[in-house]
Structure formats: structure tokens, C-alpha cells
Ligand binder design. Structure first.
Ligand code: Q46
Ligand code: ZN
Ligand code: ZN
Length: 308
């Protein structure tokens, strides 16, 4: 296959756009498109201070790379969760973030949960034994809480994550299967900051396929951790990704269309405002972050119970 722009050999065939691109044109296309999405969805501007959540994986490091190439002021945030695996996942994932920051002369903030709280995420999960063997819900609460805390404490204007189209389409699929209206209303590439103290959140890669991000990382020579978190095995989202990949195979562009038509449908008002009163956000008595709970936020409830 030939590059649709210069007729050199294509390194990637993007069936959903009906075009193949050579290395040079693909490496130019990804940042150009990202800039287009940033502008189209009014994500941020060059005067904003951006915090990129990095995990050591291809998507978050590619996002950091692209934003830096585009001239944005973007620092990285790595959260050490204390997760082991066949490889030591925690050590490896931190290594790739530090290596990327050093090679590109970028600022990386690291937060180690065990160092701060004396206990790692898997240890908390074992202690609480919420009837599940996976620590994912505690992990999610901890990551969201920590990202928001650092963004607020260090005056970042926006928090950027590396979610790609495959992630977003799989989340949408899961939420749709169960008609989780509350989540569907909130699923968006941009979430505005709230007065109560939730930072602005954006997903600049949400229109790129996972294979495009893998190709970008490879062609840019970005070293990243290949292994997924060991707790992700068997996750429903992976199964949903497989189903969507089958659909995509038969109908190129199906994933992109599924997600973009959802966003359009929302714009046209498919989701009327909920009749239920929105939960009022209170301020957590311990950490000062917003929470729907009356006294302590979920993060403080979990970590406080660890002290007892
Ligand atoms: S939630 Fe669960 Fe992920 Fe946390 S424990 Fe691993 S798989 S990292 S996105
Ligand atoms: Zn070309
Ligand atoms: Zn709290």
C-alpha cells in the first residue's frame, strides 16, 4: 500500500479513513489531528498549565510527547500504586515515565501511595476484602483523588489523560449495555472544572484508534511498558474491546462512528436533564476535596479505616 500523500510505502493503513500513510506523513498527521481536536473541543490553550497523567504505557507517553511537540506546557504525573506482577509492574512503569521525562527534559511529578499512606493499593484491597479479588475500584478512587489533589495544589488548569478511541468506545458500550444514564451523561472528551473543586479534565487522544497510538509510539521511538496491569486480566472492558474489534473488522470505522454519533446525539439533547436532583457536592472534612458523601470522601474513608 502507498502513502495517500506522497506515494511512498505506507507504514499504516487506516481503513476507517480510507487512507494509508508513510512514516513521515503519519508522524505529522497525529499531532496535526490532535491540535484539531484540542481546538474543536476547546480543550485548552498554550497559556494553560497542563498536567498529563502518565502510567508508563504507550497512550499516556504518546500524549505527553504530542503535547510537548505542539508547544504546550505539560508536566507529567505518575502515581505509584504498588502493583506487582510477573514483571514488577510498579517499578517498570515508573522507569519508563522517568526515562521519557529525562530524554525530553520534561518535569515529572511522582506520588507514591505506599510512601504517603503506609499501604499499597493491593494491600488495602486485601484488608478490606470487599468480596472482590481485584483492587480496581479502590485503585480508581485513589487515582482520581490524587490527580485532582495535585492539579489543585499545584495550580494546573487542566488534567489530561491518554484515553484513546478504543477505551472510550468500550466504556460507552458497557454504559449502554446497562443504560447507565448517569455515566452516559458524564462521558465526554472534556469535563469542565466544578466550583466545588473538581479540576477540568480532557482526553485529547479520544479520536485515535489504539493501533494508531501503538504505531505512533513505535515510530517515534518511545519506550513504554508493554505489559498491562496484572489486575486488568479478565476485565469486562477488554471483552467489550474485543467485541468492538470484531465489528470494526467487518465495518471499518464502526468504532469511530459509534462514539461520534453518541456525542452528536448528546448535543441534540437525547439525554434530557435528570429528574432526580443532582447530588450536591460537599467538602470532605478531612482532605477538603469535593464529594457527594456528607462527611468524608471515599478516598479518606478507605485510608482512614487503614489507620484503625
Ligand atoms: S484500575 Fe485495576 Fe487499572 Fe488499577 S488495579 Fe490495575 S487494572 S491500574 S486502569
Ligand atoms: Zn507520505
Ligand atoms: Zn477526603
Amino acid at each position: 500500500m502507498k502513502c495517500g500523500k506522497c506515494k511512498d510505502k505506507a507504514v499504516i493503513n487506516m481503513r476507517q479513513h480510507n487512507i494509508g500513510l508513510c512514516k513521515m506523513h503519519f508522524l505529522a498527521w497525529i499531532p496535526e489531528q490532535t491540535q484539531r481536536f484540542i481546538d474543536k473541543y476547546s480543550m485548552f490553550s498554550t497559556s494553560d498549565k497542563i498536567l498529563v497523567a502518565v502510567s508508563g504505557g504507550k497512550d499516556s507517553l504518546a500524549l505527553w510527547d504530542i503535547l510537548s511537540l505542539l508547544g504546550y506546557k505539560a508536566d507529567g504525573l505518575y502515581i505509584g500504586l504498588g502493583i506487582d506482577g510477573d514483571v514488577n509492574y510498579a517499578i517498570e512503569s515508573l522507569y519508563y515515565c522517568q526515562r521519557f521525562a529525562k530524554e525530553h527534559n520534561l518535569n515529572l511529578i511522582t506520588v507514591d501511595i505506599e510512601e504517603e499512606h503506609g499501604i499499597s493499593i493491593p494491600q488495602i484491597a486485601k484488608k478490606i476484602q470487599r468480596g472482590k479479588d481485584k483492587p480496581c475500584s479502590i485503585c480508581g478512587i485513589t487515582k482520581r483523588h490524587t490527580m485532582n489533589r495535585i492539579a489543585r495544589e499545584q495550580n494546573y488548569d487542566v488534567l489530561a489523560t491518554g484515553h484513546n478511541l478504543d477505551d472510550e468506545a468500550a466504556t460507552l458500550f458497557g454504559n449502554t449495555l446497562h443504560w447507565q444514564a448517569q455515566y452516559l451523561r458524564r462521558q465526554n472528551p472534556v469535563l469542565a472544572a466544578s466550583e466545588s473543586g473538581l479540576a477540568r479534565k480532557v482526553k485529547p487522544l479520544f479520536r485515535f484508534y489504539e493501533r494508531e497510538m501503538a504505531a505512533y509510539a513505535l515510530l517515534r521511538g518511545i519506550s513504554y511498558i508493554y505489559e498491562e496491569c496484572p489486575f486488568s486480566a479478565g476485565a469486562k472492558s477488554l471483552f467489550h474491546k474485543q467485541l468492538l474489534n470484531q465489528l470494526e473488522y467487518e465495518q471499518p470505522g464502526a468504532k469511530l462512528q459509534f462514539y461520534l454519533t453518541f456525542l452528536n446525539a448528546k448535543e441534540t439533547g437525547i439525554f434530557t436533564p435528570s429528574k432526580q436532583k443532582p447530588a450536591e457536592l460537599n467538602i470532605c472534612k478531612s482532605c477538603g476535596q469535593p464529594t457527594s458523601a456528607p462527611e468524608l470522601c471515599s478516598f479518606c474513608r478507605i485510608f482512614d479505616s487503614m489507620q484503625k
